[in-house]
Design a protein. Structure first.
Length: 492
Protein backbone atom coordinates (compact mmCIF):
# COMPACT_ATOMS: atom_id res chain seq x y z
CA UNK A 1 0.00 0.00 0.00
CA UNK A 2 1.50 3.37 -0.97
CA UNK A 3 2.44 5.94 1.65
CA UNK A 4 -0.28 8.60 2.27
CA UNK A 5 1.66 11.41 0.58
CA UNK A 6 2.44 9.23 -2.46
CA UNK A 7 -1.24 8.40 -2.78
CA UNK A 8 -2.11 12.11 -2.63
CA UNK A 9 0.38 12.94 -5.35
CA UNK A 10 -0.93 10.09 -7.49
CA UNK A 11 -4.48 11.38 -7.13
CA UNK A 12 -3.30 14.90 -7.93
CA UNK A 13 -1.54 13.74 -11.09
CA UNK A 14 -4.53 11.70 -12.21
CA UNK A 15 -6.96 14.60 -11.92
CA UNK A 16 -4.64 17.05 -13.63
CA UNK A 17 -4.08 14.53 -16.39
CA UNK A 18 -7.83 14.23 -16.82
CA UNK A 19 -8.15 18.00 -17.07
CA UNK A 20 -5.37 18.21 -19.63
CA UNK A 21 -6.93 15.39 -21.63
CA UNK A 22 -9.97 17.60 -22.08
CA UNK A 23 -7.99 19.41 -24.76
CA UNK A 24 -7.51 22.65 -22.84
CA UNK A 25 -3.78 23.16 -23.33
CA UNK A 26 -4.21 26.49 -25.05
CA UNK A 27 -5.44 28.54 -22.10
CA UNK A 28 -3.58 31.78 -21.43
CA UNK A 29 -1.25 32.14 -18.48
CA UNK A 30 2.35 31.69 -17.29
CA UNK A 31 2.26 27.91 -17.37
CA UNK A 32 5.25 25.64 -16.74
CA UNK A 33 4.84 21.88 -16.98
CA UNK A 34 7.67 21.33 -14.50
CA UNK A 35 6.24 23.56 -11.80
CA UNK A 36 4.22 20.93 -9.97
CA UNK A 37 7.19 18.56 -9.68
CA UNK A 38 9.41 21.42 -8.53
CA UNK A 39 6.82 22.58 -6.00
CA UNK A 40 6.61 19.10 -4.47
CA UNK A 41 10.38 19.02 -4.13
CA UNK A 42 10.42 22.42 -2.45
CA UNK A 43 7.57 21.48 -0.14
CA UNK A 44 9.35 18.32 0.98
CA UNK A 45 12.54 20.18 1.85
CA UNK A 46 11.39 23.59 3.06
CA UNK A 47 10.83 24.78 6.62
CA UNK A 48 7.23 25.92 7.14
CA UNK A 49 6.84 29.68 6.88
CA UNK A 50 3.93 31.83 7.90
CA UNK A 51 2.30 35.10 7.17
CA UNK A 52 -1.39 34.28 7.24
CA UNK A 53 -1.60 33.06 10.83
CA UNK A 54 -1.16 36.46 12.40
CA UNK A 55 -1.54 35.33 15.99
CA UNK A 56 1.17 32.69 15.76
CA UNK A 57 4.96 33.04 15.80
CA UNK A 58 6.52 31.25 12.86
CA UNK A 59 9.89 29.45 12.65
CA UNK A 60 12.75 31.51 11.14
CA UNK A 61 12.62 31.63 7.37
CA UNK A 62 15.32 30.13 5.17
CA UNK A 63 17.77 32.04 2.98
CA UNK A 64 16.31 34.79 0.76
CA UNK A 65 14.88 33.63 -2.52
CA UNK A 66 12.76 35.24 -5.19
CA UNK A 67 9.04 34.60 -5.39
CA UNK A 68 8.26 31.48 -7.42
CA UNK A 69 4.93 30.82 -9.10
CA UNK A 70 2.81 28.14 -7.52
CA UNK A 71 2.27 25.08 -9.73
CA UNK A 72 -0.57 25.14 -12.19
CA UNK A 73 -2.05 23.37 -15.18
CA UNK A 74 -3.55 24.96 -18.24
CA UNK A 75 -6.51 22.60 -18.37
CA UNK A 76 -8.03 23.75 -15.11
CA UNK A 77 -8.77 27.20 -16.51
CA UNK A 78 -10.58 26.40 -19.71
CA UNK A 79 -14.29 27.08 -19.88
CA UNK A 80 -16.08 23.72 -19.80
CA UNK A 81 -19.71 22.69 -20.14
CA UNK A 82 -22.25 23.46 -17.44
CA UNK A 83 -22.23 21.05 -14.50
CA UNK A 84 -24.75 18.21 -14.27
CA UNK A 85 -28.14 19.27 -12.97
CA UNK A 86 -27.80 17.10 -9.84
CA UNK A 87 -24.48 18.59 -8.72
CA UNK A 88 -26.17 21.32 -6.64
CA UNK A 89 -28.04 18.76 -4.53
CA UNK A 90 -24.96 16.58 -4.17
CA UNK A 91 -22.94 19.50 -2.86
CA UNK A 92 -25.61 20.51 -0.36
CA UNK A 93 -25.79 16.97 1.01
CA UNK A 94 -22.03 16.95 1.50
CA UNK A 95 -21.38 20.52 2.65
CA UNK A 96 -24.28 21.23 5.03
CA UNK A 97 -23.12 18.75 7.73
CA UNK A 98 -19.50 19.93 7.39
CA UNK A 99 -20.51 23.58 7.64
CA UNK A 100 -22.30 22.76 10.90
CA UNK A 101 -19.01 21.76 12.56
CA UNK A 102 -18.86 23.46 16.02
CA UNK A 103 -15.24 24.35 15.31
CA UNK A 104 -16.48 26.98 12.86
CA UNK A 105 -18.33 28.91 15.54
CA UNK A 106 -21.82 30.43 15.24
CA UNK A 107 -21.14 32.65 12.21
CA UNK A 108 -20.36 30.98 8.92
CA UNK A 109 -21.02 31.70 5.26
CA UNK A 110 -20.20 29.77 2.09
CA UNK A 111 -20.16 30.06 -1.67
CA UNK A 112 -19.21 27.48 -4.32
CA UNK A 113 -19.39 28.38 -8.01
CA UNK A 114 -18.49 26.83 -11.33
CA UNK A 115 -15.56 29.02 -12.39
CA UNK A 116 -16.28 28.49 -16.08
CA UNK A 117 -19.87 29.74 -15.94
CA UNK A 118 -20.04 31.74 -12.70
CA UNK A 119 -23.08 29.70 -11.69
CA UNK A 120 -23.48 29.30 -7.93
CA UNK A 121 -23.61 25.62 -7.04
CA UNK A 122 -23.99 26.09 -3.29
CA UNK A 123 -24.51 29.10 -1.07
CA UNK A 124 -25.09 29.76 2.61
CA UNK A 125 -25.31 33.46 3.48
CA UNK A 126 -23.12 34.02 0.42
CA UNK A 127 -23.97 37.72 0.13
CA UNK A 128 -23.47 38.48 3.84
CA UNK A 129 -20.36 40.63 4.50
CA UNK A 130 -17.98 39.07 7.04
CA UNK A 131 -14.52 39.85 8.39
CA UNK A 132 -12.35 38.13 5.75
CA UNK A 133 -8.93 38.25 7.47
CA UNK A 134 -6.19 37.59 4.89
CA UNK A 135 -8.51 36.33 2.17
CA UNK A 136 -8.96 40.05 1.44
CA UNK A 137 -5.57 39.79 -0.26
CA UNK A 138 -7.38 38.14 -3.18
CA UNK A 139 -9.37 41.37 -3.64
CA UNK A 140 -6.26 43.52 -3.21
CA UNK A 141 -4.41 41.47 -5.82
CA UNK A 142 -7.22 41.49 -8.39
CA UNK A 143 -7.60 45.26 -8.02
CA UNK A 144 -3.86 45.89 -8.47
CA UNK A 145 -3.59 43.66 -11.53
CA UNK A 146 -6.70 45.21 -13.06
CA UNK A 147 -5.53 48.78 -12.45
CA UNK A 148 -1.85 48.38 -13.34
CA UNK A 149 -1.40 45.21 -15.39
CA UNK A 150 0.86 42.22 -14.63
CA UNK A 151 4.01 43.83 -16.09
CA UNK A 152 4.00 46.94 -13.89
CA UNK A 153 7.16 47.43 -11.81
CA UNK A 154 7.61 49.68 -8.79
CA UNK A 155 10.63 52.02 -9.02
CA UNK A 156 13.11 53.39 -6.52
CA UNK A 157 15.15 56.28 -7.92
CA UNK A 158 18.03 58.63 -7.09
CA UNK A 159 17.82 62.28 -8.15
CA UNK A 160 20.59 64.89 -7.97
CA UNK A 161 19.93 68.55 -7.18
CA UNK A 162 20.75 71.20 -9.78
CA UNK A 163 23.99 72.17 -8.02
CA UNK A 164 25.00 68.51 -7.72
CA UNK A 165 25.65 68.79 -3.99
CA UNK A 166 22.65 66.74 -2.86
CA UNK A 167 21.23 63.43 -3.99
CA UNK A 168 17.77 62.27 -2.95
CA UNK A 169 16.70 58.64 -2.60
CA UNK A 170 13.08 58.55 -3.75
CA UNK A 171 10.74 55.75 -2.67
CA UNK A 172 8.18 54.53 -5.16
CA UNK A 173 6.52 52.07 -2.81
CA UNK A 174 8.56 48.89 -3.33
CA UNK A 175 8.78 46.93 -0.04
CA UNK A 176 10.80 44.16 -1.77
CA UNK A 177 13.85 46.40 -2.26
CA UNK A 178 16.73 44.34 -0.86
CA UNK A 179 20.37 45.07 -0.05
CA UNK A 180 21.67 43.64 -3.33
CA UNK A 181 19.49 45.97 -5.39
CA UNK A 182 20.23 48.89 -3.07
CA UNK A 183 23.96 48.26 -3.54
CA UNK A 184 23.55 48.22 -7.31
CA UNK A 185 21.62 51.50 -7.04
CA UNK A 186 24.42 53.06 -4.98
CA UNK A 187 27.06 51.83 -7.42
CA UNK A 188 25.19 53.31 -10.38
CA UNK A 189 24.73 56.57 -8.46
CA UNK A 190 28.45 56.80 -7.65
CA UNK A 191 29.30 56.24 -11.30
CA UNK A 192 26.88 58.93 -12.45
CA UNK A 193 28.24 61.39 -9.87
CA UNK A 194 31.79 60.72 -11.02
CA UNK A 195 30.75 61.40 -14.62
CA UNK A 196 29.31 64.73 -13.45
CA UNK A 197 32.56 65.60 -11.69
CA UNK A 198 31.03 65.31 -8.23
CA UNK A 199 33.10 63.69 -5.49
CA UNK A 200 30.99 64.42 -2.40
CA UNK A 201 27.31 64.86 -1.63
CA UNK A 202 24.78 65.08 1.15
CA UNK A 203 21.87 62.64 1.08
CA UNK A 204 18.17 63.26 1.58
CA UNK A 205 15.33 60.80 1.23
CA UNK A 206 11.77 61.26 0.01
CA UNK A 207 9.02 58.87 1.11
CA UNK A 208 6.21 61.37 0.55
CA UNK A 209 4.45 59.29 -2.13
CA UNK A 210 2.43 57.65 0.64
CA UNK A 211 0.16 59.77 2.83
CA UNK A 212 -1.76 59.36 6.04
CA UNK A 213 -0.72 57.27 9.05
CA UNK A 214 2.23 54.95 8.48
CA UNK A 215 1.29 52.69 11.36
CA UNK A 216 -1.44 50.15 10.74
CA UNK A 217 -4.40 50.76 13.07
CA UNK A 218 -3.50 47.59 15.00
CA UNK A 219 -0.36 49.43 16.19
CA UNK A 220 3.24 48.18 16.34
CA UNK A 221 3.15 44.53 15.37
CA UNK A 222 5.59 41.90 14.12
CA UNK A 223 3.15 41.08 11.31
CA UNK A 224 3.63 44.41 9.51
CA UNK A 225 6.10 47.29 9.35
CA UNK A 226 5.11 50.95 9.24
CA UNK A 227 3.76 51.41 5.71
CA UNK A 228 6.34 53.49 3.85
CA UNK A 229 7.06 54.31 0.21
CA UNK A 230 10.76 53.69 0.97
CA UNK A 231 11.80 50.54 2.80
CA UNK A 232 14.45 47.85 2.73
CA UNK A 233 13.51 44.17 3.10
CA UNK A 234 10.02 45.12 4.31
CA UNK A 235 11.59 46.68 7.36
CA UNK A 236 12.54 43.21 8.63
CA UNK A 237 15.39 43.21 11.12
CA UNK A 238 16.08 39.47 11.30
CA UNK A 239 16.78 38.57 7.67
CA UNK A 240 13.53 36.64 7.29
CA UNK A 241 11.46 36.57 4.12
CA UNK A 242 7.97 35.92 5.48
CA UNK A 243 5.96 35.60 8.67
CA UNK A 244 6.23 37.68 11.83
CA UNK A 245 9.53 39.49 12.41
CA UNK A 246 10.96 42.42 14.38
CA UNK A 247 10.41 45.57 12.30
CA UNK A 248 12.15 48.89 11.80
CA UNK A 249 10.49 51.85 13.51
CA UNK A 250 11.41 54.15 10.60
CA UNK A 251 11.98 52.08 7.43
CA UNK A 252 12.67 55.12 5.21
CA UNK A 253 15.43 56.48 7.44
CA UNK A 254 17.03 53.05 7.82
CA UNK A 255 16.97 52.53 4.03
CA UNK A 256 18.60 55.93 3.42
CA UNK A 257 21.26 55.18 6.04
CA UNK A 258 22.08 51.88 4.35
CA UNK A 259 22.21 53.66 0.98
CA UNK A 260 24.66 56.23 2.35
CA UNK A 261 26.95 53.47 3.59
CA UNK A 262 26.85 51.72 0.24
CA UNK A 263 27.46 54.97 -1.64
CA UNK A 264 30.54 55.55 0.52
CA UNK A 265 31.78 52.06 -0.26
CA UNK A 266 31.29 52.85 -3.96
CA UNK A 267 33.73 55.77 -3.71
CA UNK A 268 31.51 58.81 -3.14
CA UNK A 269 32.09 60.95 -0.06
CA UNK A 270 28.90 61.44 1.95
CA UNK A 271 28.62 64.58 4.09
CA UNK A 272 26.53 64.39 7.25
CA UNK A 273 23.71 61.95 7.88
CA UNK A 274 20.68 61.35 5.64
CA UNK A 275 17.71 63.60 6.31
CA UNK A 276 14.15 63.65 4.95
CA UNK A 277 13.51 66.12 2.16
CA UNK A 278 11.56 66.52 -1.08
CA UNK A 279 13.20 65.31 -4.26
CA UNK A 280 14.11 67.97 -6.82
CA UNK A 281 12.24 67.75 -10.09
CA UNK A 282 14.51 66.38 -12.84
CA UNK A 283 14.39 67.78 -16.36
CA UNK A 284 11.23 66.64 -18.18
CA UNK A 285 11.80 63.35 -19.96
CA UNK A 286 15.22 62.84 -18.39
CA UNK A 287 16.22 59.27 -17.71
CA UNK A 288 18.80 58.21 -15.12
CA UNK A 289 22.18 59.57 -16.16
CA UNK A 290 20.84 62.21 -18.60
CA UNK A 291 21.38 65.30 -16.43
CA UNK A 292 24.92 65.79 -17.85
CA UNK A 293 26.92 64.01 -20.48
CA UNK A 294 29.43 61.54 -19.03
CA UNK A 295 32.93 62.95 -18.80
CA UNK A 296 31.96 66.64 -18.99
CA UNK A 297 33.07 67.11 -15.39
CA UNK A 298 32.40 69.94 -12.97
CA UNK A 299 31.63 72.50 -15.70
CA UNK A 300 28.75 70.37 -16.96
CA UNK A 301 27.54 69.75 -13.43
CA UNK A 302 27.39 73.49 -12.69
CA UNK A 303 25.18 74.06 -15.72
CA UNK A 304 23.00 71.01 -15.24
CA UNK A 305 19.45 70.92 -13.98
CA UNK A 306 18.22 68.42 -11.44
CA UNK A 307 18.81 64.97 -12.91
CA UNK A 308 17.73 61.39 -12.35
CA UNK A 309 20.95 59.49 -11.68
CA UNK A 310 19.93 55.88 -11.11
CA UNK A 311 16.92 53.61 -10.84
CA UNK A 312 16.01 50.13 -9.70
CA UNK A 313 12.68 48.37 -10.17
CA UNK A 314 10.77 45.61 -8.44
CA UNK A 315 9.87 42.31 -10.02
CA UNK A 316 6.77 42.48 -12.24
CA UNK A 317 3.45 42.90 -10.48
CA UNK A 318 2.52 39.34 -11.46
CA UNK A 319 5.39 38.04 -9.31
CA UNK A 320 4.54 40.38 -6.44
CA UNK A 321 0.93 39.16 -6.44
CA UNK A 322 2.03 35.52 -6.34
CA UNK A 323 4.36 36.23 -3.42
CA UNK A 324 1.62 38.16 -1.62
CA UNK A 325 -0.83 35.27 -1.85
CA UNK A 326 1.52 32.33 -1.37
CA UNK A 327 3.10 33.72 1.81
CA UNK A 328 0.27 36.04 2.92
CA UNK A 329 2.69 38.97 2.80
CA UNK A 330 1.08 41.85 4.67
CA UNK A 331 3.64 44.52 3.75
CA UNK A 332 3.42 43.68 0.07
CA UNK A 333 -0.39 43.62 0.19
CA UNK A 334 -0.46 47.14 1.60
CA UNK A 335 1.92 48.24 -1.16
CA UNK A 336 -0.34 46.72 -3.83
CA UNK A 337 -3.33 48.55 -2.38
CA UNK A 338 -1.48 51.89 -2.47
CA UNK A 339 -0.24 51.29 -6.00
CA UNK A 340 -3.90 50.78 -6.94
CA UNK A 341 -4.74 54.07 -5.23
CA UNK A 342 -2.09 55.88 -7.25
CA UNK A 343 -3.40 54.36 -10.49
CA UNK A 344 -6.94 55.42 -9.54
CA UNK A 345 -5.80 58.98 -8.65
CA UNK A 346 -6.61 58.45 -4.99
CA UNK A 347 -4.45 59.39 -2.02
CA UNK A 348 -1.98 56.59 -1.27
CA UNK A 349 -3.22 56.02 2.28
CA UNK A 350 -5.27 53.38 4.06
CA UNK A 351 -8.44 55.32 3.23
CA UNK A 352 -7.51 56.16 -0.35
CA UNK A 353 -6.40 52.61 -1.07
CA UNK A 354 -9.68 51.23 0.24
CA UNK A 355 -11.66 53.55 -2.04
CA UNK A 356 -9.51 52.63 -5.03
CA UNK A 357 -9.76 48.87 -4.49
CA UNK A 358 -13.52 49.02 -4.14
CA UNK A 359 -13.84 51.19 -7.25
CA UNK A 360 -11.68 48.83 -9.28
CA UNK A 361 -13.71 45.78 -8.25
CA UNK A 362 -16.99 47.57 -8.94
CA UNK A 363 -15.71 48.38 -12.42
CA UNK A 364 -15.13 44.66 -12.93
CA UNK A 365 -18.83 44.07 -12.27
CA UNK A 366 -18.30 42.36 -8.91
CA UNK A 367 -20.80 42.49 -6.00
CA UNK A 368 -19.28 45.13 -3.70
CA UNK A 369 -22.44 46.13 -1.78
CA UNK A 370 -21.72 46.12 1.94
CA UNK A 371 -17.98 45.71 1.49
CA UNK A 372 -15.40 47.68 3.43
CA UNK A 373 -11.68 47.84 2.69
CA UNK A 374 -10.01 49.20 5.81
CA UNK A 375 -6.63 47.88 4.68
CA UNK A 376 -5.12 45.74 1.93
CA UNK A 377 -3.70 42.98 4.12
CA UNK A 378 -6.66 41.78 6.18
CA UNK A 379 -5.17 42.61 9.57
CA UNK A 380 -8.04 44.99 10.30
CA UNK A 381 -11.22 43.58 11.81
CA UNK A 382 -13.14 46.42 10.16
CA UNK A 383 -12.84 44.80 6.72
CA UNK A 384 -16.02 43.30 5.27
CA UNK A 385 -16.25 40.95 2.27
CA UNK A 386 -18.83 38.37 1.26
CA UNK A 387 -18.21 34.79 0.21
CA UNK A 388 -19.92 35.65 -3.09
CA UNK A 389 -17.42 38.44 -3.74
CA UNK A 390 -14.48 36.12 -3.09
CA UNK A 391 -15.76 33.45 -5.49
CA UNK A 392 -16.53 36.22 -7.98
CA UNK A 393 -12.93 37.40 -7.77
CA UNK A 394 -11.62 33.89 -8.36
CA UNK A 395 -14.01 33.42 -11.28
CA UNK A 396 -12.75 36.64 -12.87
CA UNK A 397 -9.17 35.42 -12.43
CA UNK A 398 -10.06 32.15 -14.21
CA UNK A 399 -11.72 33.93 -17.14
CA UNK A 400 -9.74 33.14 -20.34
CA UNK A 401 -10.54 36.67 -21.52
CA UNK A 402 -8.75 38.18 -18.49
CA UNK A 403 -5.22 36.72 -18.61
CA UNK A 404 -3.85 39.72 -16.69
CA UNK A 405 -5.59 38.37 -13.56
CA UNK A 406 -4.16 34.86 -13.83
CA UNK A 407 -1.42 35.38 -11.15
CA UNK A 408 -4.21 35.41 -8.56
CA UNK A 409 -4.73 31.69 -9.27
CA UNK A 410 -1.09 30.73 -9.76
CA UNK A 411 -0.21 32.44 -6.47
CA UNK A 412 -2.68 30.48 -4.32
CA UNK A 413 -0.94 28.10 -1.90
CA UNK A 414 -1.34 24.38 -2.65
CA UNK A 415 -2.92 22.29 0.10
CA UNK A 416 -0.28 20.31 1.97
CA UNK A 417 2.59 21.57 -0.16
CA UNK A 418 3.26 25.30 -0.32
CA UNK A 419 3.00 28.65 1.41
CA UNK A 420 0.51 29.03 4.22
CA UNK A 421 -1.12 25.67 3.38
CA UNK A 422 2.09 23.70 3.64
CA UNK A 423 1.26 22.26 7.05
CA UNK A 424 -2.42 21.57 6.39
CA UNK A 425 -4.50 18.85 4.68
CA UNK A 426 -2.37 16.19 6.37
CA UNK A 427 -4.85 14.35 8.61
CA UNK A 428 -8.21 12.61 8.35
CA UNK A 429 -10.70 13.34 5.53
CA UNK A 430 -8.87 16.57 4.63
CA UNK A 431 -6.01 14.59 3.08
CA UNK A 432 -8.12 14.09 -0.05
CA UNK A 433 -7.57 17.79 -0.74
CA UNK A 434 -3.76 17.66 -0.54
CA UNK A 435 -2.31 18.78 -3.85
CA UNK A 436 -5.78 19.48 -5.25
CA UNK A 437 -7.06 22.39 -3.16
CA UNK A 438 -5.42 25.74 -3.85
CA UNK A 439 -6.55 28.46 -1.48
CA UNK A 440 -5.81 31.65 0.41
CA UNK A 441 -5.98 31.34 4.17
CA UNK A 442 -7.27 33.91 6.63
CA UNK A 443 -6.61 33.88 10.36
CA UNK A 444 -7.28 36.38 13.12
CA UNK A 445 -8.27 35.56 16.68
CA UNK A 446 -11.87 34.33 16.35
CA UNK A 447 -11.84 34.59 12.54
CA UNK A 448 -10.92 31.77 10.16
CA UNK A 449 -11.46 31.82 6.40
CA UNK A 450 -10.46 29.90 3.29
CA UNK A 451 -11.08 30.80 -0.36
CA UNK A 452 -9.67 29.19 -3.48
CA UNK A 453 -10.15 26.62 -6.21
CA UNK A 454 -10.34 22.88 -6.70
CA UNK A 455 -10.55 20.66 -9.78
CA UNK A 456 -13.34 18.09 -9.84
CA UNK A 457 -13.03 14.52 -11.10
CA UNK A 458 -14.39 15.53 -14.49
CA UNK A 459 -11.89 18.37 -14.88
CA UNK A 460 -14.17 21.21 -13.78
CA UNK A 461 -12.71 24.17 -11.89
CA UNK A 462 -14.75 25.20 -8.84
CA UNK A 463 -14.18 28.38 -6.86
CA UNK A 464 -15.11 28.33 -3.18
CA UNK A 465 -15.12 30.61 -0.15
CA UNK A 466 -15.84 29.63 3.45
CA UNK A 467 -15.86 32.34 6.15
CA UNK A 468 -16.27 31.69 9.87
CA UNK A 469 -16.57 34.16 12.74
CA UNK A 470 -16.38 33.87 16.52
CA UNK A 471 -14.50 30.61 16.10
CA UNK A 472 -13.39 28.99 19.36
CA UNK A 473 -9.86 28.15 18.16
CA UNK A 474 -7.84 27.99 14.94
CA UNK A 475 -6.93 24.43 15.91
CA UNK A 476 -10.54 23.36 15.39
CA UNK A 477 -11.58 25.90 12.74
CA UNK A 478 -8.76 25.32 10.28
CA UNK A 479 -9.27 21.54 10.02
CA UNK A 480 -13.01 22.12 9.59
CA UNK A 481 -12.33 24.52 6.70
CA UNK A 482 -9.89 22.03 5.18
CA UNK A 483 -12.53 19.29 5.30
CA UNK A 484 -15.05 21.57 3.58
CA UNK A 485 -12.74 22.36 0.68
CA UNK A 486 -11.43 18.79 0.46
CA UNK A 487 -15.04 17.58 0.07
CA UNK A 488 -15.11 19.34 -3.30
CA UNK A 489 -12.08 17.38 -4.53
CA UNK A 490 -12.24 13.93 -6.13
CA UNK A 491 -12.63 11.25 -3.48
CA UNK A 492 -10.56 8.06 -3.46
Amino acid sequence: MPEPRTWQLTACSAVLGLALAAGAATAAGPWDNGQRKAERARAAAATPTGGAHHAEKRPPAGPPRGPAPAPSAAGVLRALDAPPAGLRDDLAAVLVPLLADPGLGPLRTASVVDAATGRQLYGEGAATPMTPASTIKIATSVAALSALGPDHRIPTTVVASADGRTVTLVGGGDPTLDRARLKALATATARALKDRGTSGVRITYDASLYRGPARHPIGPNDNIAPVSALMLDEGRLDGSRSGPAPRAADPARDTATAFAELLTEAGTKVRGTPAPGPAPKPAQGAEPGQGAEPGQGAKAARGAKAAALARTESAPLSDLVERTLTHSDNDLAEALARQTALARKQQASFTGAGKAVRAELTALGLPTAGTRFADGSGLSRDNRLSAALLTGLLTRAADPDRPALRPVLTGLPVGGFSGTLQGRFDTGPATTGAGLVRAKTGTLTGVNTLAGTVVTADGRLLAFAFLAGRTPSPYTAQPALDRLSAALAPQG
